[in-house]
Design a protein around this ligand. Structure first.
Ligand code: F6R
Length: 366
């Protein structure tokens, strides 16, 4: 049932190339330069009239929402707010009929997310679901939606659900960008073609597995980790830290790289591994100077870099390469080595990778 892998989590990490293509199959039509998502098409008027999009989710799905915030605002120029479902529902939030709420949930059963949806609906908002489990409570409660086609996710730590959520949300953003005219037809086509190459590039990123094991072995006894990223990759840093915490029980924090100097830099010493997402596009020079700041305080740097990078290699203790892609698609690749790093550290520490202590696959309590 684990398809020859030691754990469901590892199997699911390796399923990502297929899970991502299954998620865009029949929806991403690069030859016709089209994105087809029935749930969006049928409600296009509402989407185009919306003043803003509010994303509600928990945990890893919330991280996917944060990535989507960057993508929606950049491509479709729609203001986005990303909310923890649990905070949103208890806060007396301002919601109107002109709002679109997107609820993201792998299981479709998360109690707080479900309650947030009910609240938003009662205020007249249109609620769109991005779920993995067909027929789940959230899928049924939402007004419309688009499923991720990740297939069953058994490992408690979410992996392929995260990358397929980002895939669906990217498709939605591209479709809306085209409809709104915030992207040119040539840029639109270019994005579709690039998105189509992502599964192959994920496969390539998975090939760093052997090297990642070496890195995992060096740092498995650390008691703290920091994860840093900027822009589209800031949420990936949060997700990398969450993955490490939940399956290895090592304390880890994710931060936007520029926030370092506002506090967390005090933590840096020679005991502290810092995972820095430093891919070529975006604020690369800024990230390189953040790396220099860590280096001068003797932190250990594990850089996630674009294939062929030389700058970071000179400064970092280790670099793990991912293929080049558009900046907005890079989270789909930079996530992969972070999943593998957590996995291998957890295995080396003899943790119960698929069923970590204190965690359940879906959180149906409030
Ligand atoms: C982390 C993880 C959890 C879930 C969260 C939301 O690996 O699995 O943080 O992401 O409980 O679950 P769903 O997406 O099912 O609503």
């Amino acid at each position: 049932e684990k398809g020859g892998y030691d754990h469901f989590m590892l199997k699911e990490i390796h399923e990502q190339p297929d899970a991502i293509s299954d998620t865009f199959r029949g929806r991403l039509l690069s030859n016709e330069a089209m994105v087809k998502l029935a749930g969006v098409e049928d409600n296009m008027k509402k989407f185009l009239a919306a003043d803003r999009i509010i994303i509600v989710a928990c945990g890893t799905s919330w991280h996917a929402g944060l990535v989507a915030e960057y993508i929606f605002e950049d491509l479709a120029r729609i203001p986005v707010e990303v909310e923890y479902a649990s905070e949103f529902r208890y806060r007396n939030p301002v919601i109107t009929e002109k709002d679109i709420v997107i609820a993201i949930s792998q299981s479709g059963e998360t109690a707080d997310t479900l309650a947030a949806i009910k609240l938003a609906k009662s205020k007249g908002a249109f609620v769109f679901g991005v779920c993995n489990v067909v027929g789940s409570s959230i899928a049924r409660e939402t007004d419309a939606g688009a499923y991720t086609h990740a297939g069953p996710e058994i490992g408690v730590a979410s992996t392929k659900a995260f990358t397929t959520q980002i895939t669906v949300l990217t498709l939605i953003a591209l479709r809306l960008a085209r409809a709104k005219g915030t992207i040119s037809s040539s840029e639109f086509r270019h994005h579709l073609i690039e998105l189509e190459t992502i599964p192959k590039k994920v496969e390539e990123a998975l090939k760093s597995d052997g090297y990642i094991q070496t890195v995992a072995d060096i740092y498995k006894d650390a008691t703290n980790f920091l994860y840093l990223g900027r822009g589209f990759n800031f949420p990936v840093a949060l997700e990398g830290a969450l993955k490490l915490k939940e399956i290895s029980y090592i304390h880890a924090e994710g931060y936007p790289a520029a926030e370092m100097k506002h506090g967390p830099i005090a933590l840096i010493d020679e005991q502290m591994p810092v995972v820095v997402i430093a891919t070529k596009k975006g604020h690369y020079e800024k990230v390189v100077s953040n790396i220099q700041e860590i280096k001068s305080r003797k932190g250990k740097i594990i850089g996630i870099v674009t294939k062929g990078d030389t700058n970071v290699k000179e400064l970092a203790d280790h670099v793990i390469e991912v293929p080049e892609t558009l900046e907005c698609l890079s989270p789909l690749l930079t996530t992969i080595p972070l999943q593998l790093l957590s996995y291998h550290i957890a295995v080396m520490l003899n943790r119960n990778v698929d069923q970590p202590r204190n965690l359940a696959k879906s959180v149906t309590v409030e």
